[in-house]
Ligand binder design. Structure first.
Ligand SMILES: NC(=O)c1ccc[n+]([C@@H]2O[C@H](COP(=O)([O-])OP(=O)(O)OC[C@H]3O[C@@H](n4cnc5c(N)ncnc54)[C@H](OP(=O)(O)O)[C@@H]3O)[C@@H](O)[C@H]2O)c1
Length: 349
């Protein structure tokens, strides 16, 4: 299957590496955002051997390509671009949204899928993994489910996107800037879809109320970080929570805990003895409690060079491609697709 990569940030670069290793996929094109990256060999742009595939900054060139799928991972999604790709007959897999859109939110892109006989699938790690897919996978082994949870505990110093961390997430800013900033709204776009997928798939009451919360911790001493030194009193930790409540009981909980280290925070938030991790919890008969290690780097330096959480996001997208290409046209979620599996290492295949 012929694949075009859209954008070469952390996700895009890892996606290209993964496409090259996948036995059923071939990289045939690559869109780049910055003009200076256009017209280059993709391999050379990534600091590896030439691949014989040139980058382009032109949407029209991508639309004209003969390709089965576009892996769409820019910083800022553009619904019109996604619609144009779908109308041109290309399937789209993306970590930026459309995990489980409402009928109203999904309608314009569902129409584009219909026109191009193409499929759109949103996937990733968080949302797109531990916040809905993995709780649902484990729910198959429990009856009478009363609660599911997906939660991230990460050192945000390992996320190599300083502009996003400083100006969107508002780390290093004043607490009131972070609390009034755009992050809760931006994150809610994805995580509320996770919550709704859990509610619908598990059959919780349609009257469930969804509520959100945000809290910040400030530095108590100067903290060294990729966005510069965070001075005492400025934001160095954030928690975001989305909960669905049925008859006064929390039935779905999604949360992220992003800390600039654990040493100098007020409140004195830590990761606890288990350290950085992702968690999936389910209360039912029997219950399940899963801790995922390996999606966080061993050190800040390692994370800045290649963050396993970003790689996992890209790989989830790439591994979905054969199933998305084979799917019926439309917006297709985990609730529609068959089991998505990875592929063996080429040396062992
Ligand atoms: N669902 C999940 O679990 C999950 C996990 C990780 C990331 N994501 C999402 O995936 C996307 C990519 O993440 P990333 O870690 O790869 O980000 P990144 O490293 O910051 O890379 C972003 C890419 O977008 C390009 N870009 C910058 N401004 C743009 C604009 N205005 N329009 C279009 N493209 C622009 C950049 O181009 P240049 O390189 O030319 O500057 C870069 O290639 C983000 O939207 C992120 O929120 C989702």
């Amino acid at each position: 299957m012929r694949v075009v990569q859209w954008a070469t940030g952390g996700v895009g670069k890892a996606a290209i590496e993964t496409i090259l290793l996948h036995p059923e996929l071939e990289l045939v094109g690559c869109w780049v955002h910055s003009a200076g990256k256009g017209g280059r060999d993709v391999g050379e742009l990534l600091g590896r051997e030439p691949l014989g595939v040139r980058t382009t900054t032109s949407l029209d060139e991508v639309l004209a390509m003969d390709a089965d799928c576009v892996l769409y991972s820019p910083l800022v999604p553009d619904r019109d671009v996604v619609a144009a790709l779908l109308r041109s007959g290309k399937n789209v897999v993306t970590p930026v949204g459309w995990f489980y859109p409402s009928e109203r939110d999904g309608a314009p892109l569902a129409a584009a899928c219909e026109e191009g006989r193409s499929t759109l699938h949103g996937t990733g790690i968080n949302p797109g993994g531990i916040t809905e897919l993995h709780p649902l996978v484990f729910s198959a082994l429990s009856s009478a489910v009363t609660f599911v949870r997906g939660e991230e505990f990460s050192d945000i110093r390992t996320y190599d996107a300083p502009d996003v961390v400083r100006h969107l997430m508002m780390f290093g800013g004043r607490p009131e800037e972070a609390m009034g900033g755009p992050m809760l709204g931006l994150l809610s776009g994805g995580f509320v879809q996770s919550v709704r997928m859990c509610l619908d798939a598990l059959g919780f009451s349609r009257d469930a109320e969804i509520r959100t919360a945000q809290a910040v911790a400030v530095a108590t001493a100067p903290i060294d970080s990729p966005i510069g030194t965070i001075e005492p009193g400025l934001v160095a930790g954030q928690r975001f929570v989305w909960e669905a409540v049925v008859r006064d009981r929390v039935v779905v909980r999604v949360a992220v805990n992003w800390l600039m280290g654990e040493e100098h925070l007020d409140p004195a938030w830590t990761f606890g003895p288990e350290g950085e991790r992702f968690e999936v919890e389910l209360q039912g008969d029997p219950p399940a409690h899963v801790t995922i290690k390996g999606w966080q780097p061993a050190s800040v330096a390692e994370g800045l060079a290649r963050n396993p959480g970003v790689v996992a996001t890209a790989v989830h997208c790439v591994n979905s491609i054969p199933y998305v290409v084979a799917a019926e046209p439309g917006i297709r979620t985990y609730l529609d697709l068959p089991l998505v599996a990875g592929r063996a290492h080429p040396d062992l295949a």
